[in-house]
Design a protein around this ligand. Structure first.
Ligand code: SF4
Length: 211
């Protein structure tokens, strides 16, 4: 895909949604971190349902630590993999309290050292809580980047590196959310809704649908 077309795609996604953000509900970097940690292999809707009760009961690392692993489990047992997620959330709270005064560190290295936090979660937190131009490639971003040919790659790391390289600076902070939302609602996995897609004329996918 050439540079001009890429610019047009990103401009159009921006016009369509000038202030994109995550659909996870949170009120602090700490709550975002926990919500992202809980969201692995789960939907944002399912995570929000659980955190609407969990966060009022334990809004900070200190209060969540006080719940204990079993206490956290009670609130998140509707979410897949809740046993290991509760363990990770508890251990993460312990480290935050003991090493960072209960705050979320604004550092990739420190975030990736937390239990259950990998590159993707760190990218989401750095981008969404702290405004870093990081791009967390999930299944939606991977699919949209490949179908459109915006940033094709064989795996999520390749797509991430390609996006970092080709996305102009002015779009870098928001591109992650535009592509997720586009993949979640329009360029869906089974049958993309090309007929109602705002970038249909620019997308280079060969098997477009008329829906
Ligand atoms: S035209 Fe179709 S394949 Fe291309 S981005 Fe839109 S929905 Fe996805």
């Amino acid at each position: 895909m050439n540079k001009d077309k890429r610019y047009q795609i990103l401009s159009r996604l921006r016009d369509n949604n000038p202030n994109p953000t995550t659909e996870l509900e949170y009120e602090s970097p700490f709550q975002l971190l926990i919500a992202v940690l809980l969201s692995a292999q789960a939907t944002d809707v399912g995570v929000n349902k659980a955190t609407r009760k969990l966060f009022p009961a334990a809004p900070t690392a200190e209060t969540m630590l006080a719940l204990g692993v079993d206490g956290i489990k009670e609130y998140i047992k509707t979410i897949g993999l809740f046993n290991s997620k509760a363990e990770n959330a508890y251990k993460t709270c312990k480290i935050l309290v003991e090493q960072y005064d209960g705050e979320v560190p604004e550092s990739r290295e420190a975030l990736e050292a937390l239990p259950g936090v990998g590159r993707k979660t760190a990218n989401v937190v750095l981008n969404t809580a702290f405004g870093w131009p990081t791009i967390a490639v999930d299944t939606h971003i991977f699919r949209v980047s490949n179908r459109t040919k915006l940033a094709p790659g064989k795996n999520v790391n390749e797509v991430e590196q390609k996006l970092i390289k080709v996305v102009p600076k002015e779009f870098k902070v928001d591109v992650h959310h535009w592509l997720i939302l586009h993949g979640r609602y329009t360029c869906v996995a089974r049958k993309p809704r090309c007929g109602s897609c705002v970038i249909e004329d620019l997308c280079e996918f060969k098997e477009k649908t008329s829906d």
